[in-house]
Ligand binder design. Structure first.
Ligand SMILES: Nc1nc2c(ncn2[C@@H]2O[C@H](COP(=O)(O)OP(=O)(O)OP(=O)(O)O)[C@@H](O)[C@H]2O)c(=O)[nH]1
Ligand SMILES: [Mg+2]
Length: 1014
């Protein structure tokens, strides 16, 4: 097998925004190099990789799947991925297994929201990208641009894509949405990218050969080298030199027969850039000749002749000019040649790629002061890492495989190969017994060594640490593989062994892996870094069987679904409901369909979506200094509660955190969780960052610390003086962080009080410890506490109460007073004074355990404090990108306004009549949005949504008209309908079975008398 030569392998994924033509492109590549699985005439129509019924029905791809192709003497694994936002987790799984990416952009629609996302994904996974500008035909036939206009448009797209990549490179990392909002399209003229033209740093350059221009539908495409080769002899130039001037501001001087820059042209010259003159104009001519009723057929003949194309006369006589055109174009500039030769030339082979990707795959670890570290284990783990880096495919190299997802295919699709049958029978086959109709396969790539069918491997989960010995054993299992298959879309070809650098499907891991894992032939191996998902499953519904007797079938179905879909989350809520979380409506719909038809095979009842909210208080926390002052003054602005036994008085003060700080805490919950949970101070430090910060070699903890300091100060926009003051105050406060909540890592802070230790009445303050501040390194480990701790029983009792106070805070922040939803962006200071146990009140049996009393009192006090300080509800917002033709703008805005959307930007796409609109839509209003939009605009507008941020509703949910003007405007309160905030709260409370205050009909009699009068 020529695969033995690792240099001849390419693993490529196709990435793009939805509908930009990935699957259509894949079709052509399969038709030409797939060993005959797809007839060329069907290419572009069949959508071979979309083999699921649901994919064909909806005409979108929903999963990533791989196919092995042969091109010249290379073997390629091509992975087609979905472009729809709901399935973007599948992009992550595809990217991890690939070394290179073909990034497609529709030449008419240009860069879209998912284009940003996939470029980012390719960057995160350290893939080498190539750019494919698709649907060039639409520029000619649909937009009817002139070659020069088309050139301007193409240049702009290339420039824009380069801009996105360079932003990632220069580590100016913005979230996808931020970068879309920040990008100012439309100001780039055709000439401005000139400066960048020869810059080595620019990623995509047609003259370098990593950009191709294609029409996937008709099966043609080219890079500038194709034309350079052709013109080289004609113009008497060398092809490589010509290639350089076939893109950018180079003009052909017919006198000197040289390519020159614009300023060397004689004044008044009408010369066009060489790309226009030599590439686009001939293309346009061919199109006109073929499609125009009175087009000049001679041009077609000329093309056929000069390129020696052999086209059967039957095809040329076809009545439909489109077919004739396609016959000529696909033979003149075959799509698969253009794309595959680029892939082979510009995308790295696994050996080169793994050397480059190693820092992402297995981040280097530094051992800090680990005396108890077993050096032999460490040495072997290092050896394994080296072998991954080298993509060592020798037999004695350790075998390391990454499984990026599990997927289910019907049992009948599994080839029943003779060689493998014995093994299958010998094994207690999990698939054939319990899950009779479905077989689970692992989508995997071999990163080192050789994997054989039937081999025993260790299955290592992401939390495994070989240095931890016993305590890490729960993260490692032993498994025996079943069979290994090369994938041909849905088809599987069994193989006995595969070498490093290949993508395969593995059977027999069903019971061991739920989503992703590392397989290794040795225990002493680090798990490969986890993949990064760009969205989390947020659309939650409760599911129950229509017939309660089917409960067990549903449970089994949910278990199967959970394993078959890498991105679905199944939980049981506190009320015992089965909650299914999906990434969006399309994803949810497919999950339900899969459950009904494949996995559970029972009828289901699906609840309306369960939306999460947050609770906070009024204000934007913008003026931190002001809030800090009120905090230190100890004003009357607090809630006081006493434990039932009267021994402990609890005072709670709440303030709003600046928005930037809340956002920071929200975005870094996992990292904070690790740090606070103690993982950050582990003896082994991961050198390279894996978190959202893409800057390499920056300690994520250090970066977070700096950001925390900044976030507090940035918020105050006052004078320099104030800012200084604010900074000092804030850094003092940073030393007092006792806990974060809820679940110890949320966006709410508990500050330890700094009041006097002993009060006049002899009660003492429960001081708390700045536990989080210590972990983050804002304070030293406080040793002074021990020196101060007097021996009195009261002191030590106060010490024991600390954890109750934190627990109370955690409980309160987990469920706020409005509708039991988590709190958001609040800072609490809790002062608890513990008094001496007076004899008269000593009746412990009446009040229960003291620590419990304190916890409850703290919780109640925190909730009361929020309720007292103008509580507000916070809702999640989608960022929504809509595209529509101008005639549908009206109906589209009607739908948007019904959904409480906030429009950010409306822009007409240059060169086309399409409008792009950006808006925020509340998640609670988003259900059925796409459907309503489709109906309202007869399919003329499309929308994509990504979860964006939390946003506070300004409305006071408890608003009652008080002032005269308000009463005049809203009436005396009796007739005021609940406002939006109140309605949302009531809906959640009703769902949770909490008390809802509702006036059904007030003054019924009055209404009746009124009615009679009329
Ligand atoms: N005019 C024109 N249409 C094209 C071209 N390539 C693809 N299309 C059409 O674009 C639509 C989407 O094509 P797909 O290949 O399914 O797109 P995709 O990127 O795989 O979409 P998802 O997988 O859902 O993200 C289909 O209707 C294609 O016929 C092209 O070069 N020119
Ligand atoms: Mg597709």
């Amino acid at each position: 097998m020529d695969e033995s030569d690792g240099r001849k392998v390419r693993n490529i994924c196709i990435l793009a925004h939805v509908d930009h033509g990935k699957t259509t492109l894949a079709d052509h590549l399969i038709a030409s190099s797939g060993g005959g699985v797809l007839h060329p005439r069907l290419a572009g129509k069949l959508r071979y990789m979309d083999y699921l019924d649901e994919e064909q029905r909806r005409a979108i791809t929903m999963k990533s799947s791989s196919i092995s192709l042969k091109y010249e003497d290379h073997s390629l694994n091509l992975i087609d991925s979905p472009g729809h936002m709901d399935f973007c987790s599948e992009v992550s799984t595809a990217a991890r297994l690939s070394d290179g990416a073909l990034v497609l952009v529709d030449a008419v629609e240009g860069v879209h929201i998912q284009t940003h996302a996939v470029l980012r994904q390719a960057w995160v996974e350290k893939l080498t990208p190539c750019l494919v500008l698709n649907k060039i035909d639409r520029l000619i036939c649909e937009l009817r641009l002139s070659p020069m206009e088309a050139y301007t448009r193409l240049i702009r797209i290339v420039h824009e894509v380069n801009g996105i990549v360079s932003a990632y490179k220069s580590a100016k990392y913005l979230s996808d949405i931020d970068s879309i909002l920040a990008s100012t399209s439309g100001e780039i003229s055709a000439e401005s990218p000139e400066l960048l033209e020869d810059d080595e740093e620019v990623t995509f350059q047609p003259q370098k050969g990593n950009v191709v221009f294609v029409c996937a539908l008709d099966g043609w495409g080219f890079g500038v080298s194709e034309f350079a080769n052709f013109y080289a002899s004609k113009l008497g130039a060398k092809a490589p030199a010509l290639e350089k001037s076939l893109w950018g501001p180079y003009y052909y001087d017919s006198k000197t027969k040289m390519s020159v820059r614009k300023n060397s042209l004689s004044a008044g010259s009408k010369a066009k850039p060489m790309f226009v003159q030599f590439v686009l104009e001939p293309l346009w001519q061919v199109y006109e000749a073929a499609l125009d009723p009175d087009g000049d057929r001679a041009i077609l003949e000329k093309v056929i002749k000069s390129f020696n194309l052999s086209i059967p006369p039957r095809e040329l006589q076809n009545k439909d000019p489109k077919n004739v055109l396609q016959s000529v174009m696909s033979r003149w500039l075959p799509l698969s040649d253009a794309v595959l030769s680029m892939a082979v030339k510009h995308l790295p082979d696994p050996i080169a790629a793994q050397a480059f990707r190693i820092s992402r795959l297995v981040p280097e670890r530094k051992i800090i002061g680990g005396n108890d570290v077993d050096s032999s284990v460490l040495a072997e783990a290092e050896l394994v890492r080296k072998s991954i880096e080298a993509c060592d495919s020798s037999r004695d190299a350790p075998c390391v495989v990454f499984v990026s997802k599990m997927f289910a295919i019907p049992m009948k699709m599994i080839p029943q190969d003779g060689n493998h049958r014995e093994r299958m029978n010998g094994l207690n086959d999990e698939d054939s017994k319990s899950e009779s109709d479905e077989c689970f396969l692992a989508f995997a790539r071999i990163f080192s060594g050789v994997l054989c069918a039937g081999q025993r491997v260790f299955v290592i989960s992401a939390l495994y640490d070989p240095l931890k010995g016993e305590s890490s054993q729960k993260y490692i299992q032993e498994a025996e593989l079943h069979s290994i298959y090369l994938m041909m879309g849905q088809g599987l070809t069994p193989v006995n062994e595969v070498k490093a650098g290949n993508v395969v499907a593995i059977r027999g891991l069903g019971p061991y892996i739920s989503k992703s894992a590392t397989l290794s032939s040795t225990r002493n191996c680090w798990p490969l870094a986890s993949m990064e998902f760009q969205v989390s499953p947020t659309l939650r519904v409760a599911i129950e069987p229509s017939d309660p007797a089917d409960m067990s079938a549903l449970m089994k179905g949910l278990r199967l679904l959970n394993r078959a879909d890498p991105f679905v989350e199944i939980t049981v809520s506190a009320r015992g409901e089965h909650v299914l979380a999906a990434a969006g409506e399309v994803h949810l719909e497919r999950c339900i369909k899969d459950l009904k038809d494949r996995f559970a095979k029972v009828n289901l009842e699906v609840s309306s979506p369960l939306v999460s909210y947050r609770e906070t208080i009024e204000g934007d926390g913008a003026n931190l200094l002001e809030s800090l002052r009120s905090l230190s003054l100890n004003t009357s602005d607090f809630v006081e509660k006493r434990t039932p036994n009267g021994r402990c008085v609890i005072r709670v003060h709440v303030m709003k955190l600046p928005h930037s700080l809340t956002k920071l805490l929200d975005e870094n919950t996992d990292l904070l969780g690790d740090i606070i949970g103690g993982k950050g101070s582990h003896s082994i430090k991961i050198l390279e960052s894996q978190g959202p910060s893409l800057v390499e070699n920056v300690d994520p903890i250090e970066a977070l610390k700096n950001e925390l300091i900044e976030a507090g100060v940035l918020s105050s926009s006052e004078t320099e003086n104030d800012r200084e003051k604010c900074k000092t105050e804030w850094s003092k406060l940073l030393k007092r962080i006792w806990a974060l909540g809820p679940r110890e890592k949320g966006p709410n802070i508990l500050f330890a009080p700094d009041g006097k230790r002993i009060r006049e009445d002899g009660s003492i303050l429960v001081r708390g410890s700045p536990h989080v501040s210590q972990r983050l390194g804002f304070t030293e480990d406080s040793t002074e506490i021990t020196s101060e701790t007097s021996e009195t029983a009261l002191y030590s009792e106060a010490l024991t109460l600390e954890s109750s106070i934190v627990s109370g805070f955690q409980l309160a922040t987990a469920s706020g007073p409005l509708c039991d939803e988590p709190m958001w962006g609040l800072a609490f200071t809790i002062e608890s004074h513990l008094a001496e146990d007076s004899e008269t009140e000593k009746q412990p049996e009446n009040f229960g355990i003291f620590t419990g009393q304190v916890m409850t009192a703290v919780k109640d006090a925190c909730r009361a404090a929020v309720l007292q300080t103008n509580p507000r509800i916070v809702e999640a917002m989608y960022f929504c990108e809509l595209n529509t033709a101008p005639e549908y703008l009206g109906p589209m805005y009607a739908v948007l306004s019904r959904r409480r959307a906030r429009v950010l930007k409306e822009e007409m796409q240059e060169g086309s009549s399409l409008f792009t609109i950006h808006a925020y839509v509340p998640v609670s209003e988003s259900f059925g949005f796409a459907d309503e939009l489709r109906k309202g605009t007869s399919g003329g507008a499309s929308a994509l949504m990504v979860l964006s941020h939390w946003e506070m509703l300004e409305e006071d949910p408890f608003f009652v008209p008080k002032t005269e003007e308000e009463i005049e405007e809203f009436g005396d309160g009796a007739s005021v309908l609940p406002n939006t905030a109140r309605k949302l709260i009531n809906a959640v409370r009703r769902r949770k079975g909490l008390h809802v205050e509702e006036k059904v009909v007030q003054h019924a009699t009055k209404q009746r008398t009124l009615a009679r009068k009329v």
